[in-house]
Design a protein around this ligand. Structure first.
Ligand SMILES: Cc1cc2nc3c(=O)[nH]c(=O)nc-3n(C[C@H](O)[C@H](O)[C@H](O)COP(=O)(O)OP(=O)(O)OC[C@H]3O[C@@H](n4cnc5c(N)ncnc54)[C@H](O)[C@@H]3O)c2cc1C
Length: 387
C-alpha cells in the first residue's frame, strides 16, 4: 500500500500527528502495536496522568480531540504553587495571564482514546502491528510489518516512544543520562472535593508534587533516590500511607493510598531529528525530567510544527521529506527542547544540593520570585506554552 506519510506509534503524540496530516488531506497510515483499552465512566482513573498546558489544549481543540476528552474525564487547575519553605510560596494564578485555567490533568490513555475517536475513518489503522524492517531509497521509504504487509510512503514519522524501534532502524543515535532520582506515583483519595490547584514542594531529596484528579482523588509524585523509590513501590498501600503522610507537607490532608507505581527518570535527545525519510517526534526524539510536567507538551509542539510544515509542502506539491523542510523542523524543535531540558536540569541540580550557601541562595531566589509579578507572569506564560 502507498501513503503520503506513515506514522509509527499511536500514543498521544503519534495519534495527534496522524490526525493533523489526515485532516490536511494526506493519505496516512498509523501503525500501533497495542489497542488502547476503551473508556468506562465507572472505572477508576489510570495511574499515568499528564499535565496538559494551554498551548497543547488549543491544538487538541483545533483537531477536535479535546471535545471527546471532555466527554470522558479531566481536571482543570487554576492555581500552581511551588515552594521549598512554606514562607516563600511562588504562586501562579490563571487570572494573572487572563485565562480561566493554567492547564488540565488528564489520563494519558483517555487523551489517546480521544484522538483515536477523532481519527476514526480518516486514515488506515494497522493495529495491533509493529515494524520489522525499514527500507529507504531516494524517492520513498517502506516498512514491513509483522503481519507481512509492506507499506510505502514519502515520509515515515517515528512516534513510538522513548525506546523507538523505528529510530533504531533508521540509525538515529541518542545522547543523555539516567537521573539518580526516580519517582513514585500514588493515586490517592483525599478528604477534599475536587481541587483547583497543583503544587510542588522542593526538598533536597527531590520534589513532592500534588496533581488534582476529579472528585476526591489526586495523583501524588514523590521524587527520591532510585533505591528508596523502589523500596517504597514494593510496599502495600497501607504500609506506604504513613511514610507518605510524613514526606508530604501538611496541606495534603489525610489521604488514603489507592494505587502506586514507579518510573525511572532519564534525559535523552536524538543526535539528529531526521535521517533520510524518517523523522522523530515526542518521546522518540526526547525524554525530559517530568518535574515540571512538560514531556508530552514538548511532543505536541514537535507534532504541531512538523504537521504545519508538511501541510504547506503537501499543498505546494513538494517532497514531504525535503532536506530544507526537515532541517527547519530540527533547528526549531532542537532549540526549544534544549531550553526546556536545561531549565529542568537547573531545577534538578539546584534543589538536590545540600550546601548551606546554595540553600540560602535558593531561599533568597524563591523569596524574590514569590514577589516579582513580571517574572512570575513570564514563567507562567512559558510553562503553559504561551511564550
Ligand atoms: C512519571 C512521569 C510523569 C509525567 N508527567 C507528565 C506531565 O505531567 N506532563 C507532560 O507533558 N508529560 C509528562 N510525562 C511525559 C509523558 O508521559 C511523555 O512525554 C508522553 O507519554 C510521550 O508520548 P509519546 O506519544 O511521544 O510516546 P508514548 O506515550 O511512549 O507512546 C508511544 C506509542 O508507540 C507505541 N509503540 C511503541 N513501540 C512500537 C512499535 N515498535 N510499533 C508500533 N507501535 C509502537 C506504544 O504502544 C505507544 O502507544 C511524564 C512522564 C513520566 C515518566
Amino acid at each position: 500500500m502507498k501513503y503520503d506519510v506513515i506514522v509509527v506509534g499511536g500514543g498521544m503524540v503519534g495519534a495527534a500527528t496522524a490526525l493533523a496530516l489526515a485532516d490536511a488531506g494526506m493519505q496516512v497510515a498509523l501503525v500501533e502495536q497495542r489497542q488502547p483499552m476503551p473508556y468506562d465512566n465507572a472505572s477508576e482513573p489510570d495511574l499515568r496522568v499528564s499535565s496538559i498546558n494551554l498551548a497543547s489544549e488549543t491544538w487538541l481543540r483545533q483537531l477536535g480531540a479535546w471535545q471527546h476528552l471532555q466527554q470522558m474525564r479531566l481536571c482543570p487547575y487554576q492555581r500552581l504553587h511551588a515552594f521549598e519553605l512554606a514562607s516563600h510560596v511562588v504562586a501562579f494564578n490563571a487570572k494573572e495571564i487572563n485565562h480561566s485555567h493554567l492547564g488540565h490533568i488528564v489520563e494519558n490513555r483517555l487523551l489517546q482514546l480521544a484522538l483515536w475517536q477523532q481519527l476514526d475513518g480518516k486514515l488506515s489503522l494497522y493495529c495491533p502491528a509493529y515494524v520489522t524492517a525499514l527500507q529507504q531509497s531516494a524517492e520513498q521509504a517502506s516498512v514491513t510489518l509483522n503481519t507481512g504487509e509492506i507499506l510505502e510512503a514519502k515520509l515515515l514519522v517515528a512516534a513510538d516512544g522513548a525506546k523507538s524501534q523505528l529510530r533504531q532502524f533508521a540509525g538515529i543515535g541518542t545522547h543523555g543520562w539516567q537521573y539518580r532520582q526516580a519517582c513514585l506515583i500514588a493515586r490517592v483519595r483525599t478528604p477534599y472535593p475536587q481541587q483547583d490547584i497543583t503544587w510542588q514542594q522542593f526538598t533536597e531529596q527531590g520534589p513532592r508534587a500534588f496533581l488534582p484528579l476529579p472528585d476526591h482523588q489526586a495523583s501524588l509524585v514523590w521524587y527520591d533516590n532510585a533505591a528508596k523509590v523502589k523500596q517504597l513501590a514494593a510496599l502495600t498501600p497501607a504500609q506506604l500511607q504513613p511514610l507518605l503522610l510524613e514526606a508530604f507537607p501538611a496541606q495534603l490532608g489525610q489521604v488514603e493510598v489507592l494505587e502506586t507505581g514507579w518510573f525511572p527518570l532519564a534525559k535523552m535527545q536524538v543526535n539528529q531529528y531526521y535521517q533520510n525519510r524518517v523523522v522523530v517526534v515526542g518521546d522518540a526524539a526526547h525524554t525530559i525530567n517530568p518535574l515540571a510536567g512538560q514531556g508530552v507538551n514538548l511532543g505536541f509542539a514537535d507534532a504541531k510544527l512538523l504537521t504545519d510544515l508538511l501541510t504547506t509542502a503537501f499543498n505546494q506539491q513538494q517532497d514531504l521529506a525535503a532536506e530544507s523542510l526537515l532541517a527547519n523542523y530540527q533547528r526549531k524543535r532542537r532549540l526549544a527542547n534544549n531550553i526546556m531540558m536545561a531549565a529542568m536540569d537547573t531545577f534538578y541540580v539546584g534543589f538536590s544540593q545540600q550546601m548551606p550557601l546554595l540553600r540560602k541562595l535558593r531561599h533568597l531566589g524563591m523569596a524574590v520570585a514569590s514577589k516579582s509579578g513580571k517574572l512570575k507572569s513570564f514563567v507562567a506564560k512559558y510553562a503553559v506554552g504561551l511564550s
